[in-house]
Design a protein around this ligand. Structure first.
Ligand SMILES: [Zn+2]
Length: 293
């Protein structure tokens, strides 16, 4: 506890405890902001009853780090893919390295991959090429897809439609789009990941009436930490870094806008995530502690 005076303790008002174990399907724990206190972050997740974390692998280096972390801790799993921002760097050699990672026992999804026409850090053509290559890897491995989409709903839907029979399952993580886009995904039997975006009074309003339209067996929850700290937390958090221990707040918010209990939503999203990522059911009951074997 040498660092207890550091900013790694949550204020009491932010020490939540989910009514049943939660799965955070999108945690960027290989982000440098977690390097200094990762063990404390995992302990706090456990104390909040967020017992399973899917670490997002957004490029080769981060996917390898995420898989290595997942090896060392029970309750941690990883995805492996190339984010659309980095699509310009896609090569056949990278495809082979990704395919090898998809064989790793703790890598449970292909991604984060997809389309981001909001910022276009890679050109749309480069993004489509890398995305289709990763759809092929998902078809080959049988793993589900962890998808990112911003301002590219119609194109994403067309591509998914073409591939739908070849891929097992897909989740559009951090869904923030409109009703038509949501219904398009649901028609393709795609899952939806919700973050604390709907806690944002400036830009999350449109999502609130939509959360009731997502069937519970298609809905999962995520922090997308360290990004997207909920804007309506009961107290301000120094440093503005989001972390998995705060997921129960997002669950509470979604349950509120859906008009069901926090407990019902918590249990349903965990059941959905366990099925979707084919997690050992026991892990949803376990702590994110070290593996001692
Ligand atoms: Zn994303």
């Amino acid at each position: 506890m040498a660092n207890a005076s550091f900013d790694d303790a949550l204020p009491d008002a932010l020490k939540f405890h989910a009514p049943s174990p939660l799965v955070d399907i999108g945690a960027n724990l290989t982000h440098q902001s977690f390097h200094r206190d990762l063990d404390a972050v995992l302990d706090r997740a456990c104390a909040a009853n967020v017992t399973t974390l899917i670490l997002t692998g957004t490029d080769l280096a981060h996917a390898e780090q995420a898989a290595a972390l997942a090896e060392r801790h029970s309750g941690l799993y990883a995805t492996a893919g190339v984010h659309p921002h980095d699509a310009s760097g896609w090569t056949p050699a990278l495809a082979r390295q990704m395919a090898a990672l998809h064989d790793h026992p703790k890598v449970v999804a292909v991604g984060e991959c997809g389309l981001d026409f909001n910022r276009n850090f890679s050109t749309p053509a480069e993004q489509v090429r890398a995305f289709e290559a990763q759809l092929a890897l998902a078809a080959q491995s049988g793993l589900p897809l962890f998808l990112h989409e911003r301002d590219a709903g119609p194109r994403m839907r067309d591509i998914l439609n073409n591939w739908r029979d070849d891929i097992r399952q897909a989740v559009v993580h951090c869904f923030t789009a409109d009703k038509d886009t949501l219904y398009g995904y649901l028609d393709l039997d795609v899952h939806i990941g919700l973050t604390g975006w709907l806690c944002d009074e400036r830009r999350g309003h449109h999502l609130r009436p939509l959360v009731g339209d997502i069937p519970l067996n298609r809905l999962m929850v995520e922090t997308d930490c360290p990004y997207l700290l909920p804007r309506n937390l009961p107290v301000k958090l120094k440093g503005r870094r989001h972390e998995p221990a705060l997921l129960p707040w997002i669950v509470r918010e979604i349950a509120h806008w859906r008009g069901i209990s926090e407990a019902e939503l918590a249990a349903a999203t965990t059941r959905t995530a366990v099925d979707f990522f084919r997690l050992p059911a026991a892990h949803s009951q376990q702590a994110t502690g070290d593996v001692h074997e």
